[in-house]
Ligand binder design. Structure first.
Ligand code: CMC
Length: 382
């Protein structure tokens, strides 16, 4: 049956909520959290400030930020039984699956309140989730290779503490600042697949841990957050960074109708503003630590893609340069998407809080394509 006019595959262009969390102008390449341009937030605010802004609607004062930072730091620790759960998981498993599992069980360990009836408990759940996700990702990174997790430190910022928990070394100032900016850039992006998933689960009044666990599952796919991992693998398959090689590689891929990872976006029809900022951060890192061949390949691919498909509005998205930055910061490739999750949890929770302010369970309709009113035949008649 042909698509009915009311049917929008992928719900493209269909508003799923009224929201004041995030504004995107895809034609102009503009992204704002609560009305503030992401470029200004990445330059002037740390992840804790941006999380406060997303969750509570305004930028914190100095005192509010100090109190919120302390609250987050105090909630970083994981109960040892959650660590025990992680120890039971197969070390070959993907870190996104370990993260989904750990967040789902958190709901059982931190279930002392009613998040629907009690806004203070709802807030506590949000703080706990933002604070504990980096601890889970770092703990799994160590457990799967046979090392003990490292306890979080409360004297470090959110980003620096995450890097510290991975290897037990305090990161230098530039690494911590770049990790922090990357977290700010990924913190929110309006009604994408994982945010929609989070809002749908929250709308059933399931607890915030279940809502965030389902959002993590949704983020994991290669068309969404999982793209940052695949981009690096893809760039490694391009033999060298000369214009001729990259051009032929891209042309062949496009001719086979294969997607080139890290390009294209449902909303942006120009270069994603976050890709520009990440590219600047990559340059800062390379100035200090030396460049990588893969960066030269990425720059050339962006150039060739502009000539080949730029006119169709296909340009680099946030995932194109993020993996290059994370690799230089020493992260394992399969930890790139978990890093996306530890940032995006702030946005998911902002939407969850907004959803619960004026909740109606999500229950869309469908277009029936089957045969109706059939009679069940006996088993011999089938
Ligand atoms: N490479 C080649 N062609 C592309 C690409 C790409 N990356 N993206 C879109 N196109 C083409 C597509 O083939 C189609 O062409 P035509 O009209 O000739 O059939 C047209 O552009 C529209 O594409 P679409 O897949 O219908 O667009 P969509 O809005 O449904 O999908 C997308 C958006 C992001 C899933 C898609 O661009 C894609 O698969 N990109 C690669 C994966 C990726 O980088 N994902 C990260 C997205 S940003 C971060 C996040 O959300 O997590």
């Amino acid at each position: 049956m042909a698509d009915s006019p009311e049917f929008a595959p992928g719900l493209a262009g269909i508003p799923a909520a009224r929201s004041s969390v995030c504004l995107i102008n895809g034609a102009a390449g503009k992204l704002q959290y609560r009305g503030y341009p992401v470029e200004q937030l990445a330059e002037h605010c740390n992840y804790e400030e941006v999380t406060y802004l997303l969750l509570f609607g305004s930028l914190p004062t100095r005192d509010q930020l100090a109190a919120f930072t302390a609250e987050l730091a105090a909630e970083r620790h994981l109960k040892f039984r959650i660590i025990d759960v992680l120890k039971q998981l197969p070390e070959s498993g993907h870190p996104m699956d370990a993260l989904t599992a750990a967040v789902a069980v958190m709901g059982m360990f931190y279930a002392e309140g009613d998040h629907v009836a009690d806004p203070a408990f709802r807030r506590l759940c949000a703080v706990r989730l933002v604070a504990k996700l980096p601890t889970v990702v770092a703990a799994w990174h160590r457990i799967r290779r046979g090392d003990n997790p490292i306890e979080p430190r409360s004297d470090l910022g959110h980003a620096a503490n995450f890097l510290y928990m991975l290897e037990g070394e305090e990161p230098d100032e530039l690494a911590a600042r770049i990790m922090d900016a990357a977290l700010v850039l990924h913190a929110e992006h309006s009604m994408n697949a994982s945010t929609f998933t989070c809002r749908v689960t929250a709308s059933t009044l399931a607890d915030p841990y279940a809502s965030v666990a389902s959002a993590i599952g949704s983020l994991a796919g290669p068309l969404h957050g999982g793209a940052n991992e695949v981009v690096l693998e893809m760039l490694r398959t391009i033999p060298d960074s000369t214009p001729e090689t990259v051009r032929v590689w891209a042309e062949n891929k496009l001719a086979r109708k294969e997607k080139i990872m890290g390009f294209g976006h449902r909303v942006y029809k120009v270069k994603d503003p976050r890709a520009d900022i990440l590219q600047t951060l990559a340059t800062q890192l390379f100035d200090k630590l030396g460049s990588t061949p893969i960066y030269a390949t990425a720059i050339e691919l962006e150039k060739q893609m502009k000539e080949l498909v730029g006119h169709k509005g296909i340009a680099p998205n946030v995932d194109f340069y993020s993996g290059i930055v994370y690799e230089k910061l020493g992260l394992d490739t399969d930890n790139f998407t978990p890093v996306f999750a530890i940032s995006r949890v702030a946005g998911w929770l902002a939407h969850l809080l907004e959803q619960l302010e004026d909740n109606r369970i999500y229950r869309p309709s469908q277009i029936w394509t089957g045969t109706a009113d059939r009679t069940v035949p006996t088993i011999d008649e089938r």
